[in-house]
Design a binder for this molecule. Structure first.
Ligand code: F6R
Length: 245
């Protein structure tokens, strides 16, 4: 694993954005796996700036997002479709029909998983962006005795709903289920970019990157992938070279 630690969020965001910009310039029809949450916002901001300055074009790029809440429509401001439109898609030159997320309003969630998974199988990502949950989740693949390879519906852990409640008016409004790309699909990406910020994630960063590979820490499975780049701020990386646990 290639682990890089940054002094400022700005440096981290610029570095991550450059990886995307360089990839798309090298391969204009690149397939990008994208994430939501607080972690990528600054990275998307830098990508938008690069696009607006004419340093890159997303006209031929295709994107697949990791996850979406079951039951939220794209015009619901808490849906990940809405987040992606607000934070990236509407601000760069990517055609809307090149952007893909699970459909939160699909009438049959089982069929929606099959549809989304077939898309992922047909075009694995050149790079998959990931954030990290406090319990080691990636996408919405929560700690479990076994992990599922393909796209599936998960019942969100209470701790995950609580962590995400900050984006909603109240905890009650946080959906209880979500679609997520499976760990198998995530690991099929040619390269993976894991980004983590904040002291509150220092312990899980250490566990995921240096602890045993276990489905109880889904991000630990990234240790099996040949090309993972990890970008951390100082706080998130502070336990990596210490005996603290
Ligand atoms: C988001 C996602 C989640 C988040 C994780 C960290 O699409 O799949 O796994 O990356 O929950 O969230 P933040 O970035 O809000 O700390």
């Amino acid at each position: 694993m290639d682990i890089r630690i940054f002094d400022t969020n700005e440096q981290l965001d610029q570095h991550a954005a450059k990886l995307f910009v360089d990839l798309v310039n090298e391969k204009p029809d690149a397939v990008l796996g994208l994430a939501t949450g607080s972690t990528p916002i600054g990275i998307y901001r830098e990508i938008i700036q690069a696009c607006n300055e004419g340093k890159v074009s997303f006209k031929q790029v295709t994107t697949y997002n990791l996850d979406e809440y079951v039951g939220l429509a794209p015009d619901n401001d808490q849906s990940y479709a809405y987040y992606m439109s607000e934070n990236l898609f509407s601000k760069v030159d990517i055609p809307t029909d090149h952007t893909n997320l699970p459909d939160g309003m699909a009438a049959d969630p089982g069929k929606e998983c099959v549809r989304y998974n077939a898309l992922l199988e047909a075009s694995p990502a050149d790079i998959q962006l990931l954030g990290l949950g406090h319990n080691g989740h990636i996408g919405f693949n929560e700690p479990h005795e076994e992990l599922i390879n393909g796209t599936h519906v998960v019942t969100l852990k209470e701790e995950t709903r609580q962590a995400n409640a900050r984006f909603f008016e109240s905890l009650d409004e946080v959906p209880t289920r979500a679609y997520t790309m499976g760990v198998g699909s995530i690991l099929k990406a040619k390269s993976i970019l894991l980004v983590v910020r904040g002291a509150d994630k220092a312990a899980i960063v250490k566990e995921a990157l240096t602890g045993p590979i276990t489905t109880q820490v889904p991000a630990s499975l990234l240790q099996t992938h040949p090309r993972v780049i990890v970008l951390l701020d100082r706080e998130a990386g502070r336990m990596l070279n210490s005996n603290e646990s």
